[in-house]
Design a protein around this ligand. Structure first.
Ligand SMILES: Cc1cc2nc3c(=O)[nH]c(=O)nc-3n(C[C@H](O)[C@H](O)[C@H](O)COP(=O)(O)O)c2cc1C
Length: 253
C-alpha cells in the first residue's frame, strides 16, 4: 500500500502514519518531472481547504499516473467538509481513476483567521480522533468500499462555493501579505516547512513569493511566532501532538 500525504501542521501526516504502508510526501513528489505510482492500494491523505482539497493536491492528482485496484482518499478537517468529497470524485473521474473509498477525520481546525488554536486544542478530546482513525484503518484494511454519488445539486453547490468563497481564500499570492516581526531570528524554518518552496530567508530577512498554498505551515511552525497575517483569531499556534517540527521539515523541505 502507498499513501501520499500533504501536511502543514501534522494532522495528515499522523493519519497517514496510522494507515501505514509506504508514505510519500506530495510536495516532494511534485518536484519530480513524472510521477508514477503503482500498488495494490494507493491513498491520499490531505486537509480540507475551503471545502475542497489543497491546490497542490489537485495538481498532483492531475499530474500523477496512479495504477491501483483500490484508490482511497482521506481528508482531515476541523469544522465541516460540505462538497469536498464531490471535488475528489470529479477529479478522480477526470483522470480515469475509480474512487473506491473516501472518508474524513475531524481533528484540530488550523484555520487561524477563524479559530483560536487554544480552544481547538482544548476541545479536541470531544472529537474522538482515535476512534475515528481506528474505524478508518479497519475500513481500509478490509478494502471497504465507500463511494460518492454526485448529483447536479452537488456540482452546482461546489461551483457556487468555489466562485464565492474558495477563490478568495485559496490565492497563490496570499503570503505576500504576511508580516514578519522583530522576533524573527532568520532561522529559516519557515522556508523549510513550506511545501511550495515559496519562502526564502537570508541576512536581509524573510521574503515570500507568489506561489503560496495557504497552508499556514510557516505561521504555525515558526519557533518565534514571528510570522503574522492581518486576521488571526488567537495567538496560540498548532502542531499535531504526535508530529515534530523535524517531521514537518522532512515532509516539506
Ligand atoms: C486555508 C485553509 C482552509 C481550511 N478550510 C477548512 C474547511 O473548509 N473546513 C474544515 O473543516 N477545515 C478547514 N481547514 C482546516 C484543516 O483542514 C485541518 O486543520 C487539517 O486537519 C489540517 O491538516 P494538517 O495538520 O495536516 O495540515 C482549513 C485550513 C486552512 C489552512
Amino acid at each position: 500500500m502507498t499513501v501520499c500525504y500533504f501536511t502543514a501542521t501534522g494532522n495528515c501526516l499522523y493519519v497517514a502514519r496510522r494507515i501505514g504502508g509506504t508514505l510519500l510526501s506530495i510536495p516532494q513528489l511534485m518536484r519530480q518531472d513524472e510521477i508514477k505510482i503503482e500498488d495494490d492500494a494507493v491513498g491520499i491523505v490531505a486537509p480540507v481547504y475551503a471545502v475542497e482539497m489543497p491546490m497542490m493536491v489537485k495538481e498532483f492528482l492531475l499530474k500523477a499516473r496512479i495504477k491501483t485496484d483500490y484508490f482511497f482518499f482521506v481528508y482531515t478537517y476541523g469544522m465541516g467538509y460540505a462538497e469536498a468529497f464531490t471535488h475528489v470524485e470529479v477529479t478522480a473521474k477526470k483522470i480515469g481513476l475509480t474512487l473506491s473509498y473516501i472518508n474524513a477525520i475531524q481533528m484540530v481546525d488550523n484555520y487561524l483567521p477563524f479559530f483560536d488554536m487554544k480552544v481547538q486544542i482544548e476541545t479536541l478530546p470531544e472529537k474522538n480522533v482515535e476512534w475515528q482513525i481506528n474505524q478508518l484503518v479497519k475500513d481500509i484494511g478490509e478494502r471497504k468500499l465507500r463511494q460518492v454519488h454526485v448529483t447536479e445539486e452537488n456540482l452546482a453547490e461546489m461551483d457556487r462555493w468555489t466562485r464565492t468563497h474558495a477563490a478568495n481564500i485559496l490565492k497563490k499570492d496570499t503570503a505576500l501579505g504576511y508580516k514578519v516581526n522583530d522576533s524573527c531570528i532568520r532561522c529559516g524554518i519557515c522556508a523549510k516547512v513550506c511545501p511550495a518552496n515559496n519562502i526564502t530567508v537570508d541576512k536581509d530577512g524573510v521574503t515570500f513569493s507568489d506561489h503560496c498554498e495557504v497552508c499556514y505551515a510557516c505561521l504555525h511552525n515558526c519557533p518565534q511566532s514571528a510570522i503574522h497575517m492581518d486576521l488571526e483569531a488567537g495567538t496560540t499556534h498548532f502542531r499535531n501532538e504526535y508530529v515534530t517540527l523535524s517531521d514537518i521539515i522532512k515532509a516539506n523541505e
